[in-house]
Design a protein around this ligand. Structure first.
Ligand code: MN
Length: 231
């Protein structure tokens, strides 16, 4: 059997301490999951979790110790950084209980939910889908996956982002409105989760624009760093 057009390659992330890789299936994202960020976007911070998706091909894998590169995307004049804890699903399921959620996690990574904020804002105003603001090429630079077997369940720890060395975002994973396990439980009522799925769990306050030449440096305690330059 041959495919009639070129088949897409499987996007994959490096795995800390292993030569094997984590294959990416889907990228789920949680909106407004830190109270101070929800407030800076004009909301109360008390709403139920909600979700959007990026295609797997939006992922830019950034190996440990290297600097990832993304091209400044088309159409926007307001490209924003959103530093986020990324959860890598190891075993799938539907209607997963909060108490069982951690057993479905393969590991964690540091990621950036890059956002064409001006386009997202226009779609919000018109009540239209966010795809054009969120789901574009190279919109999800992500570092290596650290297996939960190595780092343990991650429920707290500093999360931060600097741009050209200047502080932009700083919070703690314990400030998530909906915890990782609650997010997995909610998501699995709407989609059947599968091995290879990634979940970007939301960004803390301090989102702002980057321009060509800017270097972003993200860190989450226990997971290391993610460095990305905008070209
Ligand atoms: Mn986000």
């Amino acid at each position: 059997m041959a495919y009639v057009v070129a088949a897409p390659e499987i996007v994959s992330l490096p795995v800390s301490g292993s030569a094997d890789r984590f294959p990416v299936r889907r990228v789920f994202c949680v909106g407004r999951n830190y109270e101070a960020h929800a407030k800076e976007m004009g909301f109360t911070g008390r709403e139920p979790p909600f979700f959007f998706l990026k295609p797997a091909e939006a992922v830019v894998p950034v190996p440990a110790g290297s600097v990832g590169e993304i091209a400044y995307p088309s159409l926007t004049k307001d490209l924003h950084h959103e530093i986020e804890l990324v959860v890598a699903i190891g075993t799938g399921g539907r209607d997963i209980a909060v108490a069982d959620a951690a057993s479905h996690i393969y590991g964690y990574a540091v990621g950036l939910d890059m956002t064409r904020r001006d386009l997202q804002g226009e779609m919000k105003k018109q009540g239209r889908p966010w795809c054009i603001g969120k789901a574009f090429e190279q919109s999800a630079p992500i570092g290596p996956v650290t297996p939960i077997a190595q780092c343990g369940e991650l429920t707290k720890g500093a999360i931060s982002l600097t741009v050209n060395g200047a502080a932009r975002q700083a919070s703690d994973v314990s400030m998530l409105i909906w915890s990782v396990n609650e997010v997995i439980a909610h998501l699995s009522t709407a989609w059947v989760l599968a091995p290879g799925d990634l979940i970007m769990t939301g960004t803390p306050e301090g989102v702002a624009a980057v321009v060509r030449g800017d270097r972003m440096h993200g860190e989450i305690a226990g997971l290391g760093a993610l460095d990305v330059v905008v070209r």
